[in-house]
Ligand binder design. Structure first.
Ligand SMILES: [Fe+2]
Length: 178
């Protein structure tokens, strides 16, 4: 009986949507850190949080109503960016920081790039995707080298950077698909 229950509970793939997180998955961070280190972490998290918002918005406004493989890939890219955005928002609050009030400007930049490239066609969409991922990898590398992150956040940044470089588990990222 219990075997059957276990089978029912795990008979579908839950790896795409993050399973519900437990309160143990979250922690308050930054206690005992020097103010200089904390300020660097705050600036780094704000940069990544706003960049991920821009990336999410770019992909979001590139998607059309057409039922096709291209849109499917764009939806996947948007979903991944939403996950990154969510992760940084959580980290900001765990550290006792707040998201940037000017992040709305990044939403508009994302909208402008996303919608304009959609009007220009698939080639422009792909070029924009490559541009935004390259820019992100550059930022991740710079912030990994210059900021003294806590160990978990550092690992999270490295993992996300690898995904952005196209070294995700399936070895295939949107910007690599032409
Ligand atoms: Fe991202």
């Amino acid at each position: 009986m219990s075997n059957q229950n276990t089978q029912e509970q795990t008979s579908y793939d839950i790896s795409i949507i993050r399973p519900q997180m437990n309160s143990d998955d979250f922690k308050m961070r930054g206690q005992g850190m020097e103010s200089v280190r904390l300020e660097a972490i705050r600036k780094g998290l704000l940069t990544l949080h706003t960049l991920e918002l821009m990336a999410t918005t770019i992909y979001r406004f590139q998607i059309t109503r057409e039922s096709c493989e291209f849109n499917r890939q764009l939806i996947a890219a948007m979903c991944n960016e939403m996950t990154h955005y969510q992760d940084f928002q959580v980290k900001l609050y765990e550290y006792g920081f707040k998201p940037s009030i000017i992040r709305l400007a990044y939403w508009f930049v994302g909208f402008a790039f996303g919608f304009t490239s959609r009007l220009m066609g698939r080639k422009a969409i792909l070029k924009t995707g490559i541009w935004v991922e390259t820019k992100a990898v550059h930022h991740y590398t710079e912030l990994l080298e210059t900021i003294d992150w806590d160990e978990e956040t550092r690992k999270s940044l490295k993992r996300t950077r690898l995904m952005k470089m196209g070294i995700s588990t399936d070895g295939n990222s949107f910007s690599n698909r032409k």
